[in-house]
Ligand binder design. Sequence first.
Ligand code: UDP
Ligand code: MG
Length: 314
Amino acid sequence: MDEFLSIVVPAYNEKENLPILVQEIREGASATDLPFEIIIVDDGSTDGTTEELCRLAREIPELKAVILRRNFGQTAAMKAGFDKAKGTIICSMDGDLQNDPKDIPLLVKKIQEGYDLVSGWRKDRKDPFWSRKLPSKIANWIIGRTTGVLLHDYGCSLKAYRRDVAKNLLLYGELHRFIPVLAQQYGAKITEVPVNHRPRIRGKSKYGIGRTYRVILDLLLMLFFQKFATRPLQFFGLTGGLMAILGAGLEAYLVWVKLVSGEDIGNRPLLIFGMLFIITGVVLLGIGLLAELVIRTYFEASGRSIYSVREEIG
Ligand code: UDP
Ligand code: MG
């Protein structure tokens, strides 16, 4: 198979990091011996990142720039990069040099061994403890217990994907942090490798305590959807179907009584019960079908319009 590697980087106000990052990625990607492209998505930066990126993209043949119309958030910016990527293997990482492009060959090798998603594990994470490391330890614990995907570090941006996995992830909100869970729902074969992590030296982190609640909300909603809402038909359908069958059984019994004994059945309470069960059961089945339709429309609609592009270079 002719493999091609795409490296996708969302960048929001990372002007000073970009030139160094692009250089490091070129070195890291060259070590894989695969042809590659670098896609940097400017997520509505206001510090001159846009101009710097356009300048670099005109100079460096492997570099492509996607400029979004405003700040859509890291998840949407990643999705914009995935949508543009041509690679058979896609790699994502942060634009602030916290991930180390030297790890790219390591991740790519695992994909070539047959995994669909290889997630970086920041064994020695260089971020503040209380505001970042502790909340993500808690989130990692909850995700591990509730979803059955067992990783140490779900939220590390440095990841490699088989093309179809990256392209089919239903990303919105802050869900990039839970990509391994989405990938498992898709059926991906997942593994984890320890990677280097460095402190942020230039520019500022975009996540304070203020953004953490959105992350938690997205986590809870996703877990809820995964458990119930993506399978409404199973819930309503089973209840409705059983009720309808029970009702039909009751009515059949009454018909049999009428035929055998000639008894009048018009005043038997069972008659009403049976009819209620049948009607309610059929209605519930119908609701289940409708719910299924709503869920699908919801996911498709939210998957489609999470960003808009102003300009592309390369
Ligand atoms: N980022 C983005 N849009 C945003 C916030 C962040 O594209 O609205 C990018 C940011 O430029 C960086 C990556 O996402 O490349 C991770 O952000 P950051 O380093 O601030 O997160 P942290 O490392 O603190 O989790
Ligand atoms: Mg960072």
